[in-house]
Design a protein around this ligand. Structure first.
Ligand SMILES: Nc1ncnc2c1ncn2[C@@H]1O[C@H](COP(=O)(O)OP(=O)(O)O)[C@@H](O)[C@H]1O
Ligand SMILES: [Mg+2]
Length: 1002
C-alpha cells in the first residue's frame, strides 16, 4: 500500500495533494520535472491524472500492466492511465453510474494517445459476449478512419486531431463493451483550402495519392506522379516527408473501412469527395475583356462536374433576386475564388459529418446497453500570438469544461463530507460563470452580438462588430478593447482586437474573419449546388442536411448538449502536458510547462481539492498501515475500527485541527501530518521484532489466502446458482447433465422434508406434496409402503445415513444398489449375542454390532469375530475376549473395493505400537457397517474405494495386498506371491425396488 509515499524522496509525490506547499507553482512544476526525468509521466491531483508527453515508447502499456491495475485502488500503486480507466470501469460495474473521462491539453500534449490507451484497456480487459468481438474491433478501428479524414500534420503534432471528439463506449450488464457513439465538434475546415507554413492538409489526401489503386485514381481523374500539382496541397509548403507512413496508414485505413462495414461503393463515394476537393482547388479563374469572371482551366472542371456533379456555372455565377425575379448574375474574380473555397470546405465538412454518422451506425449496439463511459478528447485552452474565431470557440469550450469541473468537484467533495458526517467548509474558488455568461448569454453575450451582426442587412463587417461589442459590453470586468482600456493595457490590446479575461488568463482575439467564419460563408446558390449534388448521387451516400444558424451559435448549442451529457455522468480528468515543442524525449522546458499548468487551471484544481483535507483513507486501511506505531493497536486492534484509529492518532499526538474522523474515513488536513506519521513508521520498521515481522507476513499471507478463498467461494456460488437456474428451466425435460444438479437438489430437499414430517402412525396417510419432478412418489399403492417403511425406520439418523451412503458408494461400488432397498438397522447383534463379560467391560456405550470375518495379516486365515462400534472407537471381539481396539481419532481411513465383495480394511498409523497393523475384515452388510463407522468416526471423506487391489500395512513396515477380480463364484485365496485374492461373482445390477431406492440410487 502507498508505495509512492515511501518512495517520495526519490521521485517527488505521486499525488500533488501531498505537496506541502500546494499553492506554489514552482513546487508543482518541480515535482512534475523530477518525475518526468524518471520517466514517471503520470501524477495525480486527487482523482485527476496529469500526464506529461514522454515522446518515446514506454514499456508501461503491456497486457501485464493492464492486469496489474485491474481492481486496484488508486493509491496502492504508481499512478497510471490504466488506474483511471479501471476506476471508471469499476464505478460503472458496481455503482451502475455512467462515467466520463475528460481529456484536455494543448495540441501535441498526448490527448488522443491517452484516449486510445483508455479504449485499448476496455477492449482488452473487459469481459466479452459471444457476439461482441466485432464491436471491439470496430471501436478500435473507428480511430484510424476518423484520423485519416480529421487529422493532419501541424507544427505541433504530426498527427494532430483537427476536430473535437466525444465518444461513448457502451457496456451491457455484464460489463462487456457492446457499442459506441461518436459526437464530433468543430472540424477545422479552413485546412482544406489553406495550411500554415510547414503544415499539411488532412492525411487522407496524401494517403489516396500515395497508395490509391491505379484504376481508382484514373476513375477519380487523379495523378499520383506529382502531388505538388494540387494547389490545395502545396499551401503549407510542406515537404513530402512522410510518404512511407502515408502508404502504411492507407493500408490501415483500408482495413479499418472493411472492419467498420463500408462497402466498396461507399468508400469510392468518399474518395470522390476527396478528389473533387483537389479538382476544385485546381480550378482557376480569369477575367475576360469585359471584366467578367470565367474559368481558365479545362481538365479539373471536367472532373468537377463528372465526379462531383457540380454544375460548372455555379462557380462563376450566382442567383440573384431583383424586383421579385430570380436572375443569374456574375461573380467577381475575388468572389469566385472565395465561393470555390467555400464550396470545397462545405463539401469536406459535410462528408466528415456523414463519415461520423456512418461509423455510429456501425457501432450501434444490438443488445441492451446498461451503462456508458464517455471519452472526451477536445482541444485545451489555446493562446497564440494571433488568436481568431477558432481560438475563441475553443477557449469558450474550455471555459465551459472548467465550470463543469468546478461544479462537479465541489459537488462530490460536498457529498463525501456529508456522507462522512463532516461539516462542509466553504471553498474559495473563482466562479467563471461570469465569463461563460459574457460569451453565451442570450441577446447580450458575444455570440448573440456576433449573430446579430451577421444577419443584419447593410454594411456589417468585423469592425462594426467590434464597435457593437464595445457598445454593449463596455464596463464588463472581463472584457477590454483598445478603446475601452487605458494606460498599460491599452498598449497590449491592438485596435482590431478584443481581450477576454479567461479563468486561465487573458487572451486577445483578432476580430478579422469573425463574421465570415461565423456565417460559414456559403452563398445561397452554393447551398443549392450541394443540394443538387445530393439529389444527383445515385448511391446511398448522403450529405447531412444543410445546417441552419451561424457557426458560433451552432457550437454553443452543441456545447450545451455536451455539458448535459457530461453533467449526467461521473467525471474523471486527464490533463495532458507537452514538455517541449520539439517533440523530443527527455526535454522538460519549464516556461512551456508553466504556461500549460496555468491554462489547464491545475493550480486551481489543486487549491479546490486541497481546500479541506489533503488526505483521506478508510479506517481499515489507515489502521492496517500505521498500527505498529501504537502499543494498543499492535499487533491487532480488537474493537471498533473508529476507536482503533482514534486511539492510534491520540497516541501519535495529532492535534484536533489536524484531522477529523468521519463515519468510515479519517481526514487529514496537512500532508505534513501524514509525512511525520510515515517517517515514524520508517523508523519503527527495524525495531519491529522478528516475531512481529513474521506475524505481519503471516497476516498478509492469510489475508491473501482468505481473499482467494472468498473469490473461490463466490465463483462456486455463482456456478451453483447458474446450474440451478439452468436446471430450473429444464426441470421438466428428461434427466441430462444440465438439469441433474437441480433435480438431485429437489429430491434431496424433498427427502429431508419427508424425514422431518414422518407420519405418526401406519394409518396416517398424509404425505408431503412432492415437487412435479417427483410425482411418482405420490403413486397411491407405493405411498403406504413408504409410510410403512419409514415408520419402521424411525431411527433418527437412519435416513441421513442412507444419504451419506449414497454420497460415498453411489456409482462407486457394485453392491451399493443392492443395499439401497435394505434398511440400515440400529444393530445387527442383539445384546444377548454379545458375551456378558465383554458387555460388562464395555458398558452401555455400544452403538452398533455386526458379525465380521477377520483375515490374519500373514496367512490370511479367516476368523469369525464381532465388530462393535462404540462412542469413541471400534472394538473387535472374539467371544469373551476383546481382541483389538481402535480409537476413531487414530483411524486413518477405510478401504473397500469397487466390486460387490464385503471386504473392508481399517487403516491405522503404522507407528502405533499397540496395533499389529491394518485390520482386514469382511462383512455381509458392508455398506451399512462402513457407513455407520464412517459417520461415527467422522471419516466420511476417508473412505477409499479401490478398483483392483488394496494395500494394507502389516506390523514393522511390511505391506500386504488384496487383489480383487471378477469371477464366476466367490473365492478368497492366498496366492503364490503372498497376496490375498478375492474373486467376486459378476453382479447383475438389480433393479431399484421402490421409490426410496429410486431416489437414493439417483
Ligand atoms: N503516452 C505516450 N507515449 C508515447 N508517445 C506519446 C504518448 N502520448 C503522446 N505521445 C506522442 O505525442 C504525439 C502527439 O500525441 P497526441 O495524442 O496526438 O496529441 P494531442 O491529441 O494532444 O494533440 C503522438 O503522436 C506520440 O508520438
Ligand atoms: Mg489529438
Amino acid at each position: 500500500m502507498e508505495s509512492g509515499l515511501s518512495a517520495r524522496d526519490r521521485v517527488g509525490v505521486q499525488d500533488f495533494l501531498l505537496l506541502d506547499n500546494y499553492t506554489s507553482e514552482a513546487a508543482f512544476i518541480e515535482n512534475l520535472r523530477r518525475r518526468y526525468k524518471e520517466n514517471l509521466i503520470y501524477t495525480y491531483i486527487g482523482s485527476v491524472l496529469v500526464s506529461v508527453n514522454p515522446y518515446r515508447e514506454l514499456e508501461i502499456y503491456s497486457k501485464q500492466h493492464m492486469e496489474r491495475y485491474r481492481g486496484v485502488n488508486f493509491y496502492e500503486i504508481s499512478p497510471h492511465i490504466y488506474a483511471l480507466a479501471d476506476n471508471s470501469y469499476r464505478a460503472v460495474r458496481t455503482e451502475r453510474k455512467d462515467q466520463c473521462i475528460l481529456i484536455s491539453g494543448e495540441s501535441g500534449a498526448g490527448k488522443t494517445e491517452a484516449s486510445k490507451k483508455v479504449l485499448q484497456y476496455y477492449t482488452t480487459m473487459c469481459p466479452t459476449r459471444n457476439n461482441t468481438q466485432s464491436i471491439r474491433e470496430r471501436l478500435l478501428q473507428s480511430t484510424p478512419v476518423l484520423e485519416a479524414f480529421g487529422n493532419a500534420k501541424t507544427l505541433r503534432n504530426d498527427n494532430s486531431s483537427r476536430f473535437g471528439k466525444y465518444m461513448d463506449v457502451q457496456f451491457d450488464y455484464k460489463g462487456a463493451p457492446i457499442g459506441g457513439h461518436i459526437l464530433n465538434y468543430l472540424l477545422e475546415k479552413s485546412r482544406v483550402v489553406h495550411q500554415n507554413h510547414g503544415e499539411r492538409n488532412f492525411h487522407i489526401f496524401y494517403q489516396l495519392l500515395e497508395s490509391g489503386d491505379g484504376a481508382l485514381l484514373k476513375r477519380l481523374g487523379l495523378d499520383r506522379t506529382n502531388p505538388q500539382q494540387y494547389h490545395y496541397l502545396v499551401k503549407g509548403n510542406c515537404p513530402r516527408v512522410s510518404s512511407i507512413s502515408d502508404k502504411n496508414s492507407w493500408k490501415v485505413v483500408s482495413k479499418a473501412f472493411t472492419v467498420i462495414g463500408f462497402n466498396e461503393e461507399e468508400v469510392e463515394e468518399l474518395l470522390k469527395v476527396v478528389a473533387s476537393v483537389l479538382h476544385l482547388g485546381n480550378t482557376q479563374f480569369g477575367e475576360d475583356e469585359y471584366g467578367e469572371t470565367h474559368l481558365t482551366t479545362e481538365m479539373p472542371i471536367k472532373y468537377v462536374s463528372e465526379v462531383s456533379y457540380i454544375p460548372v456555372l455555379s462557380l462563376t455565377h450566382k442567383k440573384i433576386v431583383a424586383k421579385g425575379e430570380e436572375m443569374i448574375g456574375p461573380l467577381s474574380l475575388e468572389q469566385a475564388v472565395s465561393a470555390r473555397d467555400a464550396l470545397a470546405k462545405a463539401i469536406y465538412g459535410r462528408t466528415f459529418t456523414w463519415l461520423v454518422q456512418k461509423i455510429n451506425q456501425s457501432l450501434a449496439f444490438q443488445v441492451k446497453c446498461s451503462s456508458v463511459i464517455g471519452l472526451l478528447d477536445i482541444y485545451g485552452f489555446e493562446v497564440f500570438q494571433n488568436n481568431s474565431f477558432e481560438q475563441f470557440c475553443i477557449n469558450y469550450c474550455n471555459e465551459k469544461l472548467q465550470q463543469l469541473f468546478i461544479e462537479l468537484t465541489l459537488k462530490s467533495e460536498q457529498e463525501e463530507y456529508e456522507a462522512e458526517g463532516i461539516g462542509w467548509e466553504t471553498v474559495e474558488y473563482f466562479n467563471n460563470k461570469i465569463i461563460c455568461d459574457l460569451v453565451e448569454e442570450k441577446f447580450k453575450g458575444i455570440i448573440a452580438i456576433l449573430d446579430e451582426e451577421c444577419l443584419r442587412p447593410g454594411d456589417a463587417c468585423d469592425l462594426t462588430f467590434l464597435e457593437k461589442l464595445e457598445d454593449r459590453l463596455g464596463g464588463h470586468a472581463h472584457f477590454v478593447t483598445h478603446k475601452l482600456a487605458n494606460g498599460k493595457i491599452r498598449k497590449a490590446v491592438g485596435r482590431e482586437e478584443f481581450r477576454l479575461l479567461h479563468y486561465a488568463g487573458e487572451v486577445n482575439y483578432n476580430i478579422n474573419g469573425f463574421l465570415d467564419k461565423n456565417n460559414d460563408l456559403l452563398y445561397r446558390n452554393l447551398k443549392e449546388v450541394i443540394m443538387m449534388m445530393i439529389v444527383r448521387r445515385q448511391s446511398n451516400f448522403r450529405f447531412t442536411l444543410l445546417s441552419c444558424g451561424q457557426a458560433a451559435t451552432q457550437f454553443k448549442l452543441s456545447l450545451a448538449k455536451l455539458m448535459d451529457i457530461l453533467m449526467s455522468k461521473q467525471p474523471s480528468y486527464i490533463r495532458c502536458i507537452k514538455p517541449n515543442d520539439a517533440k523530443q524525449p527527455g526535454r522538460f522546458e519549464e516556461v512551456l510547462v508553466r504556461h500549460q499548468v496555468k491554462y489547464l487551471g491545475l493550480m486551481e484544481n489543486l487549491r479546490v481539492r486541497r481546500a479541506g483535507f489533503a488526505y483521506r483513507r478508510s479506517f481499515e486501511a489507515f489502521l492496517q498501515r500505521y498500527k505498529p506505531l501504537c502499543p494498543d493497536t499492535w499487533p491487532n486492534w480488537q474493537g471498533k475500527l473508529s476507536d482503533g484509529v482514534s486511539t492510534l492518532v491520540k497516541h501519535l499526538d495529532y492535534k484536533a485541527e489536524e484531522y477529523k474522523l468521519g463515519r468510515s474515513k479519517i481526514f487529514i488536513r496537512f500532508p505534513k501530518t501524514l509525512f511525520l506519521t510515515e517517517d515514524a513508521l520508517e523508523l519503527k520498521k527495524p525495531t519491529i521484532g522478528e516475531r512481529e515481522k513474521r506475524l505481519i507476513m503471516i497476516q498478509s499471507w492469510w489475508r491473501g489466502v482468505k481473499g482467494r478463498r472468498r473469490a473461490k467461494r463466490r465463483r462456486q456460488a455463482a456456478d451453483t446458482i447458474r446450474n440451478l437456474i439452468k436446471g430450473f428451466i429444464l426441470r421438466n425435460e428428461p434427466r441430462c447433465p444440465d438439469n441433474e444438479y437441480f433435480l438431485d437438489h429437489v429430491r434431496f430437499s424433498f427427502l429431508m422434508t419427508i424425514k422431518r414430517n414422518l407420519p405418526k402412525s401406519v394409518l396416517d396417510r398424509t404425505w408431503p406434496r412432492p415437487p412435479p419432478s417427483l410425482t411418482e412418489v405420490t403413486h397411491p399403492h407405493t405411498t403406504y409402503t413408504h409410510i410403512h417403511v419409514l415408520t419402521l425406520e424411525r431411527s433418527q439418523s437412519s435416513l441421513e445415513q442412507k444419504v451419506v451412503a449414497s454420497g460415498i458408494f453411489r456409482g462407486q461400488k457394485d453392491n451399493y444398489p443392492q443395499s439401497v432397498p435394505r434398511l440400515f438397522v440400529g444393530t445387527r447383534l442383539e445384546n444377548e449375542e454379545i458375551n456378558l463379560k465383554v458387555r460388562q467391560t464395555l458398558g452401555t456405550d455400544n452403538k452398533y454390532g455386526v458379525v465380521v470375518t477377520k483375515y490374519d495379516r500373514h496367512g490370511f486365515r479367516a476368523r469369525p469375530r464381532q465388530l462393535l462400534l462404540m462412542g469413541s472407537g471400534v472394538i473387535l471381539v472374539q467371544e469373551s475376549k476383546i481382541k483389538q481396539r481402535i480409537d476413531y481419532s487414530s483411524l486413518l481411513g477405510i478401504s473397500v473395493s469397487s466390486l460387490s465383495d464385503g471386504f473392508f480394511i481399517l487403516h491405522v498409523p503404522p507407528a502405533d505400537s499397540k496395533q499389529k497393523g491394518d485390520l482386514v475384515l469382511q462383512c455381509d452388510h458392508v455398506i451399512e457397517a462402513v457407513t455407520k463407522l464412517a459417520v461415527m468416526a467422522d471419516k466420511i471423506h476417508s473412505v477409499n474405494i479401490s478398483q483392483d487391489s488394496i494395500k494394507f500395512a502389516i506390523a514393522r513396515g511390511k505391506e500386504g495386498v488384496i487383489d480383487f477380480t471378477y469371477g464366476a463364484e466367490l473365492r478368497v485365496v492366498k496366492t503364490k506371491n503372498g497376496h490375498l485374492a478375492v474373486v467376486r461373482i459378476i453382479q447383475s445390477h438389480t433393479k431399484p425396488i421402490n421409490h426410496l431406492d429410486k431416489i437414493l440410487s439417483l
